[in-house]
Ligand binder design. Structure first.
Ligand code: BES
Ligand code: ZN
Ligand code: MN
Length: 500
């Protein structure tokens, strides 16, 4: 377990196993960032030329280890690039890169730019997330991870004694814990996290929140889902030997100033069903429950922070598999609330489980509904794997984008063109058509489908198909595998409702 502290000590005089400072790219030169002044002075103005000699430019993600040979009181200096702009986004990423570069240090002193609560939060979040590892399946994993992670991390900052700085650090740790727990759930192999297990894990985690953070849970099993008429969840889950679930969470603080509903896609594995995926298309599909994990963990974080916002979260869970009881292309299902839908592609399953949950969310008449889903490959084609798409009511989309900005998560607005609505309604035999075979703009069609179930309430849909899972190497505070995408943004969005 790592403990974090704020200290106003000088990084030149502090005794830690490693001291971290930031470097800036300025023109062709490398500069030192705020926080590094005392270290630079201890080096007698020789640190910058030294970095240049070593070819260090200060670009984002660049790290360099220097033995200090008595120049400062700690034996090792880690310099990390911030790029050109030392704002909270680059500071968060650099702190993550620093965490990944440090091995076997029991005490770490961070002397990165941190002279405001926003920056304190960015450093702590970035460092704590960059140091994330998933070791559950390594023979000596727990032991190795414990040996590698620092016991004490001190953030050196001039505002160490201000309450706002302490609060920023404590809040950052609540959010980063939620992101870490989301990553854990996403990284679990699908065989070990099928809908009943996922639902149990959520209920158990809610119980453990403790101390004022009261989140109540209700789990609906397959029989209760049949009684409710949740045909989307039952249809998608029908091919699996593990039955589907719907988990509903409520955080209802006294004095709540707003009511936020969150809906997350919880497909614990997406084989495509009878409209089966290619072998390559299936390899990362354990991540298809990342939306559900994110809304659950965001709810936990909002509760632990004690934000005065009521949250109702809905996590429909199903495993999309192939068997004699699987849903067929051509079947008609009935969504919760009675809308009938002609299913033409069983691989467009996310919208079917989300629609049931969205209708349940509308029944509570919340002020805002946000849904989060690894919904379409189209969004990945459009925006790549580091930017999420946001679609829905203009003002809510704007609010989500602003929350993404302050969370340091890249998001981009996408439209729902009016002409698509006719295509969603084009079924010859049912009320709606789930999929019409047109490949272009599939992420927009999916959003148009979802909108049919929002009862015209203020709503936005976050398509995190690209951002939820990092199949490549780590960068900044984003490690390989599950990323915890959107958790921080959802918490920020809840915060923004308080100020309104
Ligand atoms: N879970 C996938 C979307 C996905 C793709 C998530 C890549 C993460 C990475 C979703 O259920 C799906 O299969 N979507 C189809 C929809 C199509 C059949 C309309 C897709 O994107 O091809
Ligand atoms: Zn899917
Ligand atoms: Mn699918």
């Amino acid at each position: 377990m790592t403990t974090y502290h704020l200290r106003s000590a000088s990084p030149a005089k502090t005794r830690s196993d490693v001291v971290v400072v930031g470097a800036l790219q300025s023109g062709k030169d490398v500069g030192l960032a705020a926080g590094a002044e005392d270290v630079a002075e201890a080096y007698g103005r020789k640190l910058r030329p030294l970095l240049s000699t070593l070819g260090f430019t200060g670009k984002p993600g660049e790290v360099l280890k220097l033995p200090t040979a008595g120049t400062i009181s700690s034996p090792l200096l880690l310099v990390v690039g911030l790029g050109k702009d030392p704002g909270h986004v680059s500071v968060r990423r650099a702190a993550g890169a620093a965490a990944r570069a440090i091995s076997n240090a029991s005490s770490v002193a961070l002397a990165l730019p941190a002279d405001s609560p926003t920056l304190v939060r960015a450093v702590i979040e970035g460092f704590d997330l960059g140091g994330y590892t998933f070791t559950a399946y390594k023979r000596n994993g727990t032991k190795d991870a414990a040996a590698k992670s620092a016991n004490t991390v001190s953030l050196l900052t001039g505002i160490a004694r201000q309450q706002a700085a302490l609060t920023a650090m404590e809040d950052a740790l609540v959010v980063s814990q939620a992101v870490r727990d989301t990553r854990d759930w996403v990284n679990l192999p699908a065989a070990d996290l099928r809908p009943p297990e996922f639902a149990n894990a959520v209920a158990a985690a809610a119980k453990k929140l403790g101390r004022g953070a009261k989140v109540s849970t209700k789990v609906y099993d397959e029989e209760q889902l049949a009684d409710l008429g949740c045909g989307g969840i039952l249809g998608v889950g029908g091919g699996s030997s593990a039955p589907p679930r719907l988990v509903e969470l409520t955080y209802n603080p006294s004095g709540a100033v707003a009511h936020l509903a969150l809906v997350g896609k919880g497909v614990t594995y997406d084989s495509g069903g009878l409209s089966i995926k290619t072998a390559g298309g299936m390899t990362t599909m354990k991540c298809d429950m990342a939306g559900a994990a994110a809304v659950v963990q965001a709810t936990f974080a909002i509760a632990r922070l004690g934000l005065p916002v009521k949250v109702s979260a809905f996590a429909p869970m199903a495993e999309n598999m192939v068997s004699g009881s699987a849903m067929r292309p051509g079947d008609v299902i009935t969504q919760y609330g009675g809308t009938t839908v002609e299913v033409l592609n069983t691989d467009a399953e996310g919208r079917l489980i989300l629609a049931d949950a969205l209708v349940r969310a509308t029944e509570l008449k919340p002020d805002v509904i946000l849904d989060v889903a690894t919904l379409t490959g189209h969004m990945v084609i459009a925006l790549g794997d580091r930017v999420a798409g946001v679609l829905g009511s203009d003002d809510i989309v704007g609010g989500v984008l602003a929350a993404g900005d302050s969370a340091g998560e890249a998001m981009w607005p996408m439209p729902i063109p009016e002409a698509i609505v006719d295509r969603v309604k084009a079924s010859q035999i049912a009320d709606l058509l789930q999929h019409d075979g047109v490949r272009w703009g599939g992420g927009l069609f999916a959003a148009a489908y979802l909108r049919e179930f929002t009862a015209d309430l203020p709503w936005a849909h976050l398509d995190i198909a690209g951002t939820a899972f990092n199949s490549g190497g780590a960068y900044g505070h984003i490690t390989s595998g599950g990323t915890g995408a959107s958790v921080t943004t959802l918490v920020e969005y809840a915060r923004s409702l308080i100020d309104q």
